[in-house]
Design a binder for this molecule. Structure first.
Ligand code: FES
Length: 276
């Protein structure tokens, strides 16, 4: 596993875990997936370690000899930092419908086969992906790269509903800050309160604080992973009150009908109670 100093899991495993340690894992989750039935073609745009979920898609589709076009555009610093380099070169030779482009942002050599110098630009996308508005597009990588690619796709008139995004690495959990006791006289007098019914605990909410963050402050355990509303690990039942969620990609209609919320996204300005 590559050590990402800013990453939560790889940094912990590299610096804290010793050989022989017993680890408990949960399986993969979320909706950042693609299968044959989802679209007639797919464009996968990855930055750095954001290649990992894309490789799952590439392996899945090539294993099944999917005949439709798979465009993979992978941005790396240089050739040394290309993850899965040998496998990508092998797959590119073997599958005619797989179109790999690896852009090397810190190299300055002429384009050669699947390799380009520089970043993934509008010109690169236009040249490497014919008729880009017609494809399903998945993007995974660091936030600046995702923002830049989304801007380019918007300029290329790609419909928003064609685009799926996953941040990699996920944002780190917030630092814990002391919470004034309920009833204290302060600027939080107007804050809402969340009641964690199972745990029999309460926490103050401010407009910018999620229910997940509030739970962490008072020691209530709500499982989480992505913290950006896509994996669904933090699903929690809302018992009373109402919340707003900036992103709710991990919820489906059935969840909504059962008043399931994403604790990492849910914010409230009035009293709420959740099943946690
Ligand atoms: S932690 Fe992933 S959706 Fe909330």
């Amino acid at each position: 596993m590559k050590h990402e100093p800013q990453g939560i899991v790889s940094h912990y495993l590299h610096t804290q875990v010793k050989e022989g340690a017993l680890l408990q894992f949960t399986g993969p989750s979320g909706k950042f997936t693609f299968s044959e039935a989802d679209a007639e073609s797919v464009v996968l745009i990855a930055g750095g370690v954001g290649i990992t979920p894309m490789m799952s898609v590439v392996r899945y589709l090539t294993d099944r000899s999917w005949k439709k076009d798979i465009f993979l555009l992978f941005s790396c610093k240089d050739r040394v930092s290309i993850i899965f380099r040998e496998e990508l070169e092998y797959l590119q030779k073997r599958y005619a419908n797989l179109h790999v482009t690896i852009s090397l942002s810190q190299e300055n050599s002429p384009a050669e086969g699947i390799y380009l110098s520089g970043r993934i630009t509008k010109e690169v996308l236009n040249a490497r992906v014919p008729d880009i508005t017609s494809h399903r597009i998945h993007i995974c990588g660091p936030v600046p790269m995702i923002d830049a690619v989304k801007q380019i796709l918007s300029e290329l008139n790609v419909p928003k509903e064609n685009v799926r995004v996953e941040l990699f690495p996920a944002p780190a959990p917030p630092k814990k800050t002391p919470v004034p006791p309920l009833g204290a006289t302060s600027s939080t007098d107007t804050a809402a309160v969340v009641t964690f019914v199972k745990s029999n605990k309460k926490a103050l909410l401010t407009p910018d604080k999620s229910i997940l963050e509030a739970s962490e402050e008072v020691g209530v355990n709500i499982d989480y992973s992505c913290r950006v509303g896509t994996c669904g690990i933090c699903k929690t039942k809302l018992l009373t009150g109402s919340v707003t969620m900036a992103v709710e990609d991990a919820l489906d209609d059935d969840d909504r009908a059962r008043h399931i919320i994403l604790a990492c996204q849910a914010k409230a300005t009035g009293p709420v109670a959740v099943d946690a």
